[in-house]
Design a protein around this ligand. Structure first.
Ligand code: K1U
Ligand code: ZN
Length: 167
């Protein structure tokens, strides 16, 4: 297994649109294992392939306290959603930034698992937030892009300042 390098905002590659997976193969499963290892090591509760510069529709997530309930989503699609809620989010591609984002409260998602089998999941609470955050990554959108332009420019300035300080 291998730890993968996570791209950091504002890297342009985070805005690439991921392509659907046509066939789930051993190569796909190897990538999923590496993504899971990278997510647990970070540590994070989710990781999209876009974040490790692979532009295929795959993400992994584990929102369990015990960190033992890995979920794999290939070609995920939200087919229904209802309500709205605001939740504080973080992102492994935007380290040190936590902001409230408004998202759907309940969602129904269709995807393939790591064996290529289709499943449908109804999610709410933090799992629903995490799934929407990861699907945004696959669509080339980073969570800070849900915020006002003023907040986004403050975040970019904070990141630039931090980069200057670590040089
Ligand atoms: O996609 C990512 O960048 C991962 C991100 C997922 C996420 C967090 C919060 C709300 C929505 C989506 C993270 O995992 S950031 C790290 C984090 O929140 C966390 C890490 C360890 C334990 C608990 C939370
Ligand atoms: Zn993220």
């Amino acid at each position: 297994m291998a730890l993968l390098k996570i791209l950091h905002y504002p890297d342009e590659r985070l805005h690439k649109i991921a392509s659907p997976i046509e066939q789930v193969t051993a190569v796909t499963r190897r990538l999923i294992r590496d993504m899971a290892e990278t997510m647990y090591a970070a540590p994070g509760v989710g990781l999209a392939a876009t974040q490790v510069d692979v532009h295929e529709q795959i993400f992994v997530a584990d929102v369990s306290e015990e960190r033992n309930q890995l979920r794999v989503f290939i070609n995920p699609k939200i087919i229904a959603s209802s309500g709205t809620e605001e939740c504080e989010e973080g992102c492994l591609s935007v380290p040190g930034v936590y902001e409230n984002v408004v998202r759907s409260e309940k969602i129904t998602v269709q995807a393939l698992d790591e064996q290529g089998a289709a499943f449908t999941l109804e999610a709410d609470g933090f799992l629903a937030v995490c799934i929407q955050h990861e699907i945004d990554h696959l669509h080339g959108k980073v969570f800070v892009e849900h915020l006002s332009r003023l907040k986004q420019s403050r975040i970019r300035a904070k990141i630039k300042k931090r980069q200057r300080e670590t040089l």
